[in-house]
Ligand binder design. Sequence first.
Ligand code: C2E
Ligand code: CA
Ligand code: CA
Length: 711
Amino acid sequence: MPHSPNLQPRLARILIVDDHPLVLAGLVTMVELTGHQITTAESGLEAVRQLNDSPFDLVLLDLLLPDISGLEVMDYLQQQHIDTTVVVISGLSDIDHAIGALQRGAFDFLRKSFPAAELLKTIDHALQRRWLVQDNQRLSAQLLTSEKVHNYLIENSPDIIYTLNEQGLFTDVNPRVLPLLGWTAQELIGQHYSVLIHPDDLSRADYVLNHCEHNFQITRLVELHMRARQPDGGVRLFSHELMRVAQPGVCADALLTQPRWRTYGIAHDLTERKRVDALISYQTTHDLLTGLPNRALFKDRLNLTLQRAQRHGQVAAVLVLDIDRFKLINDALGHDLGDALLVQIAQRLKGCLRASDTLSRLGADEFTILLTDLGAPEEAAQLAEKCQASLRQPFTLQSQVAHVSVSMGLALYPTHGNETELLIQRANAAMTHKKTHGKDGYVVFEAAMLPLDQQLMTLEHELHEALRQGELEMFYQPQVDAASQRIVGAEALMRWNHPQRGLLSPAAFLPLAEETGLIIPMTDWLLQAVATDLCAFNHVSEVPLRMSINLPPQYLDRSNFTHNLHAALLSHGLLAAQFEVEVTENICIRNPLNAIEQLNALRHTGVRVAIDDFGTGYSSLSYLQQLPLDTLKIDRSFVMTIPLSGELPPVVLAIISVAKGLNLHLVAEGVETSTQLHALAQAGCHTIQGFYFFKPMSCQALLAQLGSGKE
Ligand code: C2E
Ligand code: CA
Ligand code: CA
């Protein structure tokens, strides 16, 4: 099959016209060799009909036909603009017919005596040329449309598209420059790009357009401000996509003399996008009703403030304000007036602040104020009062008058927390407290305002810190010999110097320490602290004091407990006999056998063991019998039952006789009166501990006490 220029085999439709059946058959046989599709006609009119009905690529046309001549058929083709290639095959040999045929556009004229090969060659030539012409026509039609499309796109592009020559002069620019920058394309052509670039960006433009290395075909992106046409033109920001392209049609010899490249640029207007970005960022950080910063921005500012305050040792405060009974006001006035009221409230509050403070709206009727760089914490309270006074003035909304009061909570940095969330949460807890306790005013945060679970969490966190920061301290309550009334021992009692709440008793923190396991490291610390203090007491005391420490059951569960205690004694050069551990009956509840074993091991090292709070817990006399005990402490709750007459109640007598029966040293605790003292001493109590003689005191105080006793 013949091949077209695009190398695809093509099938042609060929019409063979001859009135002589034998000749026609001969032609068909020959032409069939080409593989094309063949149709025949035996008269001129039949040929015309076929040509009208469907397109043919080629007509092999006899001139002498019975009805109309071949030339008339060709005339008809021309009139009707029927596009086909005609090869005339004729028995007529006169030149006139040949000329007539060629004038009517015939591709070739063959005499009927031709050899078959010539016919086939002619057919092939005719078809090749036909297809070549068709391909050309199609290509140029395509080119025309693509150029039109290209021009259309450039003309209607939302971007400014331009080219600059090597000198930076505009050589082309699309009409978009007019609406965006006020210049027509014609005015700009021939001008330098600097007429458009904002002076601030000019050196950057010079750099990217001239000085920096450009690789052809590599796009550079740069944002440049462009000036609209003066005098009233504004400035717009564009992102420019720049590409260096070779100057078309410059041959190698001319490279030195002619310009070699142009810059092709697309400038995309960012003004609108920037405006939208700014709007979105405003909307995500502001409350749309009042225009105040919202929670996110407030937190961000608080964050920054805390960082700065930390660096410069400043005080900051968070004040949370909530309008009292706002829902009622809103329902009474309607939503629109409610909104208007909030706007007015925001304005009043703003009027109370310094420029450096931040007022924000957190939610419906809740506002927060961030006070930075306070001279003193009291300034925050003054501001709260100022806000309160300002909001007390009646509000006028259209013809209505509204009265407003506000509940406020104040949390201070660093006193009430040093983290953003924590401060907001605490100011909020204070505000909620005020809401439920009278409204209309402010309170400063206190731990007790937090919900119970939060209080515990806070306490746990603080206790960790206390241990780390050395806020724990040991106090000592002297124990006095009942007969001589001299100090013979002391009980070590833990205290916590809380940074905000002052000196705390164990009841405020020990239960939690036991629950969380913190009691273990706390007791580790206690052993060292007490051993150190005892060394100091030994220096001033005439007799070596017996030091009692309270041993929590958890600590006993630790297998290295005996070792720890012993190590503490050794490292301080103390005798084990100076130490007594106090355990409660409860120690036997969890794991009595272990407790007994542990205490035995301890006692072997020389440390004494006392049973504390005896009779208040789950006493089991059988276990008691097995415990390796030296001392029994009569609990304060029993001592308190001794009447003014001094007659000992039966339970106290029973406890005393148990101690005597087990041959234990007897200590009475919580002795506050001389009646109690004398009654207990008379009944055989050896040692007295209680406010009657001494309250628990600091190490320094006991040192002084022991020193003064010496003189
Ligand atoms: P406890 O072992 O029964 O300690 C005696 C408590 O009674 C002490 O209270 C002491 O101040 C108080 N007290 C002593 N004499 C009188 C008095 O005449 N009148 C009154 N009203 N009270 C008196 P504190 O120091 O508050 O300790 C309470 C409890 O906390 C202790 O009871 C003890 O169970 C525990 N505790 C104290 N310090 C420690 C410690 O370092 N470790 C352990 N694990 N527990 C400790
Ligand atoms: Ca005790
Ligand atoms: Ca006790």
